[in-house]
Design a protein around this ligand. Structure first.
Ligand SMILES: [Zn+2]
Length: 251
């Protein structure tokens, strides 16, 4: 790190659990952020401010006026622009040292595999089950830690599925595909503005801890937040021995 970086990241370096070594891990890391909306906004803002070396921002949507109530990566003059480009501009203003790679597409198939394989940590900030399951499958296949968040109405949830640990559950263990789960999306349902900030900031915190090697992650635990009651609940998750995604992975 040069003098400027030692100053910029001094409040991380002062933390025993991060220090110079942890900050250097952050600078060398590559975070894949799937979704540049309500959760991806605060997550990417904190990753950039904290000095994650490379952030890959994926989203195929354009900024809409209805997004601005919570998607704090985007500003009023950005309405109509691609979210990834609007997001890149905001991130570079906060920290021009961070390399931001834009993927203006809903990530799937081979491009998804490539991005997950290249990532140090993956943040699922998407808003639909198809993407969530595809990202989970790629993280299991490539043994990448996945930080998964969701927010709808006043309810939020966050968990970590650390696929570097063969005993960890995956997203599919918790939410099997094909079940009659009604998909509720912020695009049509309401969502409390700061709820996405709370969950997205926690996703950034878990991702930074995983990369820096600080503390204990949420691996194997699901936190549920009820913003109306201001109440957090914790559920312990077990690996599903019959999970078609992670149970028989070749180790
Ligand atoms: Zn599983």
């Amino acid at each position: 790190m040069n003098d400027n970086q030692l100053l910029r990241y001094s409040r991380h370096i002062l933390l025993d659990q991060i220090g110079v070594e942890g900050q250097e891990r952050l600078l060398a890391a590559r975070a894949l952020v799937v979704g540049a909306g309500g959760l991806g906004s605060p997550a990417a803002l904190y990753l950039a401010a904290a000095g994650i070396g490379t952030i890959v921002l994926c989203d195929g949507d354009n900024v809409d006026l209805t997004n601005l109530q919570r998607q704090i990566l985007h500003h009023t003059p950005s309405v109509g622009r691609l979210k990834v480009e609007s997001g890149r501009d905001t991130l570079q203003l906060i920290n021009p040292e961070v390399e931001v790679i834009c993927v203006a597409d809903r990530l799937a198939g081979e491009p998804l595999e490539q991005q997950v394989a290249a990532a140090t940590v993956v943040l699922d900030c998407s808003d639909n089950f198809a993407t969530r399951h595809a990202v989970n499958r790629a993280c299991v296949a490539h043994r990448k830690p996945l930080v998964s968040g969701a927010a709808i109405r006043f309810d939020g949830q966050i968990s970590v599925f650390d696929q570097r640990n063969p005993h960890s559950p995956c997203y599919h263990c918790l939410f099997p595909e094909g079940e009659d789960v009604e998909e509720v999306r912020c695009a049509v349902m309401g969502v409390f503005a700061p709820l996405t900030g709370i969950i997205g900031a926690m996703q950034a915190a878990e991702a930074l801890k995983l990369v820096a090697g600080a503390g204990q992650s949420l691996d194997g635990r699901l936190l549920l937040f009820d913003a109306l009651a201001a109440d957090w609940r914790e559920i312990h998750l077990a690996k599903d021995a019959a999970c078609p995604v992670c149970a028989n992975r070749a180790d």
